[in-house]
Design a protein around this ligand. Sequence first.
Ligand SMILES: Cc1cc2nc3c(=O)[nH]c(=O)nc-3n(C[C@H](O)[C@H](O)[C@H](O)COP(=O)(O)O)c2cc1C
Length: 397
Amino acid sequence: MKNQNFLEPFTFSPKGLVLNNSVVMAPMTTMSSFYDGSITNDEVDYYAERAGGPGMIITGVAYVTDGGKGFEGELSIAHDSTVKGLSKIARAIQQNGTKAVIQIFHAGRKTNSKILRGIQPTSASPIAAAYPKDSEEPRELTNEEIENMIKDFGRATLRAIKAGFDGVELHGANTYLLQQFFSENSNRRSDQWGGNFEKRMRFPLRVIEEVSSVIKANADRPFVLGYRLSPEELETPGIRLEDSLAFAEALTDTPVDYIHLSMGSYRRTSLNQPDDKEPILTKFVKVLNNRKPLIGVGSVERPEDAKAVIDAGAALVGIGREFIREPKWVQKVASGELNSIRYQISPYDMDQLRIPLAMQAYLENSFRDVIHFTTDGEQGETYEATLAPMEGFEKKM
Ligand SMILES: Cc1cc2nc3c(=O)[nH]c(=O)nc-3n(C[C@H](O)[C@H](O)[C@H](O)COP(=O)(O)O)c2cc1C
């Protein structure tokens, strides 16, 4: 198993940021920041435990402005005062050579007035999300607010540069604000920010432009810009595969350094067109045609999975849940210690794996598949307790 291609270094060109290998830890919120979004030592420990393996770690998402906070325990990059704390996360990741990228977003309508301390959520249009069922109706952003929010993404990027990160990833997936502008489901505007495909792309493209110019003006080292997107929505109207493939095509003309899909399985085929059996990953590889590196992700657990993602044409392979279970996955694959890779953990392993308590609770409630509860039975046999199905998994992420 030695010298598989995903263990080979990767260079982001033209910026020249070099990753020690082609494995990326996918962004996963730890739910463990303080009430005001400042970091906790538990988070620093969690990242430090996983550093040194993957070539790059993308942090859990951080909100760029207070009105964009999506959930309790989320990281903030909304104020200059966050820089000091965030730099501890960057440094914890960078030990032993892992590159650190911070994911940034605005939740848009995917939050509520309780999380925003009494303030109504905002979005492209005043339409409540279909999921969860009790979603609040957001207030429509004014043109001036949109222009200011574009600057907020730029200001957050400047903080990421100051905190010592190696890049930012725009979270344009999982139905948050960037996606809300792109989707007809949430964007019914008739001004320059909505109406047809071109106009619905305008907000994400302007954010990319702003972030990129902040990087150019301020980064004194290679600093990458990534864009994450969800290929499809199930709602009608909503994003269909041909829309996101056309969006990916448009992204090839922007300064983004990589494109990152958000999917629960790298083998996934279209949810809206079940007759189409071509994996979504392959479709994106074809459209991008080596013009931008692609991160393929979703249920990569074993070395064979990582190899399959790279063999399909992705430049980088993203691993999420398996890095929660096995922080030393890369080291173990590289040294051939395949039998010691953990594919199952019990709740009792979580402290040792430096999983913060709030994240443990989140996993137990929302991602029970991460934890396989095993215990010795009376006769000494091991049994696995029932695991809750991953209901709504795609939507939750
Ligand atoms: C606990 C947890 C938190 C997550 N938080 C984020 C996040 O902050 N941003 C994001 O883009 N995706 C998030 N995701 C989705 C992952 O990045 C990834 O796409 C998903 O887990 C599928 O990859 P996997 O099968 O390797 O876990 C999260 C997933 C999990 C399990």
